[in-house]
Design a protein around this ligand. Sequence first.
Ligand code: FDA
Length: 308
Amino acid sequence: MLRSLLLAIGRNKAAARFMRRYGARLGAARFVAGTELRDAVAVVKRLNAEGLEATLDHLGEFVSSERDAKHAAGMSLKTLESIHAEGLRANLSLKLTSLGLDVDPRLCERYMRTILSRARELQLFVRIDMEDYAHCQPALDLYRRLRRDYPNVGIVLQAYLRRTERDVRELGRDGANLRLVKGAYRESPQVAFPDKREVDASFTKLIRRQLRQGYAAIATHDEDIIQDTLHWIGQNGIARERFEFQMLYGIREDLQRLLVEGGYRVRVYVPYGQDWFGYFMRRLAERPANVWFLIKNMKRHKMGAIGK
Ligand code: FDA
């Protein structure tokens, strides 16, 4: 119930406007590097110094105007330039709806091609995040077209979707670089497993399949699944170059560092930008205890405006 409510609020434009003004101090800073690119660069430098790699995401999603899509594409390009200029060990993650997938799919594809061409020149990798179910097939169709021309593009697949086993199998044939996640949106039981145990079982199965067939970015903070995967990797002689762990900025930093100390590759997803509300609400929805953290901050700051 609470999870569904938080995810629904996360799509509400009026709530986003309100939170943009009042919310940063209420806890978003725990999950978001800052509102500016320079904030994110500073975070990535710190992570790199600690042996962690990063993927930078200029926040934004479900844009409804060409102007916003153009701005998002420009910010992705700027992010690539900064990664290169600052010598960061990082790549780029982005959402197709931020590049106008809902406004004009051809425009979105043009922006993706511009971004991927520049990334290829800079020898950088770009990952397409997976959004809600309504965008899954359009995202996969576009990914397939882009992959023919750009080896430096990857995508995300969500273990909670019933269709994903088939998608992993099919994309695996083309040597896709997949980030596997449990899935963060509110979906109907017709298309997604409603039960957490089913999602976890599907996730484990998909990770193993992808480890056998290609490169796997295993994106989770679930310690049991990570341990189980490491055990399986050991038993099956999977080389460390074939996979990496990924976690979100501000979540299970202890586990991130433990894995780095163990010699594993760990990449932290570092989001930044003004449009942090939807992302923040998904982080709250994943863990209801985070709502208490928000309420505590509300009391402490008495709803003060963002002090930039
Ligand atoms: P699970 O939810 O079972 O959590 C396991 C443990 O992790 C919890 O017990 C808790 O300790 C900790 N934890 C998890 N979430 C937390 C939170 N918000 N706050 C505090 N602690 C938390 N989803 C998607 O649909 N499309 C995408 O493109 C991506 N991309 C992506 C990239 C990366 C790098 C990561 C790590 C995750 C995503 N996700 C995503 C989100 C993913 O689908 C999922 O919602 C979250 O990772 C939470 O699930 P876990 O696998 O961590 O397990």
